[in-house]
Design a protein around this ligand. Sequence first.
Ligand code: ATP
Length: 441
Amino acid sequence: MVNEKENDIVSKIVSLCKRRGIIFQDSEIYGGIQGFYDYGPVGSQMKLNWKNLWWRDNVIRRRDVVGIDGSIITHPKVWEASGHVQNFGDLLVECKNCHHRFRPDLLDDPSKCPDCGGPFTAPRKFNILFQTEVGVIEGEKMTAYLKGEACQTIYLDFINVVDSTRVKIPFGIAQIGKAFRNEITPKNFLYRAREFEQWDIQYFVHPAEMDKWYEYWKDNRMNWYQKIFNHKDQLRFRQHAPDELAFYAKKAFDIEYRAPWGWAEMEGIHWRGDYDLTQHSKFSGKDLSYNDPVSHEKYLPWITETSGGVDRSFFFMLLDAYHEDKLENGEIRTWLQISPIISAYKMAIFPLAANKPELVQKAESIYQSLSRKYSIDWDDSSNIGKKYRRQDEIGTPWCLTVDYQTMEDDTVTIRDRDTMEQIRLKSSEVLSWLEKKLENL
Ligand code: ATP
């Protein structure tokens, strides 16, 4: 159950996201559409940085993982083979009175409607795949599905990847891709949306090495999140109980974040065995086995999957980073304690007065030199306090001000987001100072 204070933090993040151009409700001028969101000017850059960080650590910096970018619509048989057409859904109950729909497993009291107290219909299964049609001639159109989970294209491309690259087992295929689920109860902002992105790795191994690699990825992914989140104690593993496991899974763990409404899944580490390649072999009639070039053994590899929500973890990362501090003058300072690698801007540049051409020109030349390498914000509005407040709220780590002293000794002020301390630097040294700050992140 969410209490007032916890709810408050979520609504504060939602309002901060809107106010500062991080995330908007999609189609807001039409009243919005539940479970769909747009990233704004600040948020789209942050999300790109968020995804690039994952990609850097899991693809660029690893010799044993390669990336793909699969399409959203696939052959409809894919979703029959995967079991989603028959079995991808949740139980749904409908209030006989107000006709609102709910997932009974998520209700505090599944015996009556939380909105009006009315009685429910019997639970029924509701498939959450989104359907569409492919083709141009009425009557000959083919029903297809938007990806219900991003990972399926990795299995479809498995043989193509093996044939077109130098990968050898053990190796992984990584993908960041959209997934669509017609969720019965989209809620808690980005936590349960209907359109979202997933970051997945399918790591292919010899069956005899499955245990070892499963444990490796479980630890690797937890360590990754622990490095980024400020509050490590808000992260934990949850092991799935035997009755939650798919028949092919020996074990399953979720990495959970302690959200304001309770512990909540952020990423799943799944033991998939050879289930997916077996299914797609069966349904496509194609042999998807791997030929070991050294031992000449031919087998279906087993898979450890790590599957996380890009938007869900982005939201948790914002919750983790959110601070409200009371300043000496009684004002509340809201700021995001995010790594400079994630912040939309590495630095914001302010000419102290917009009507002093020499200050603006100097600031402009610093902006030009830094922005060739980094994403830099510019603000020439008049109130320095407001400028800092805006940058604090979007997590910009450093603000640079060109002031009257700059005209005398060519130094600028740099103010640190976390400590609010200010230093003065020669303007010609700013780029190398920033490079130093950003290396090894
Ligand atoms: P849940 O039990 O929360 O519905 P799931 O177990 O169905 O999630 P998976 O199918 O394992 O989730 O998907 C992997 C990841 O994708 C999840 O850990 C989560 O981060 C993200 N995810 C799943 N559903 C949604 C959604 N509706 N909105 C945003 N992210 C989602």
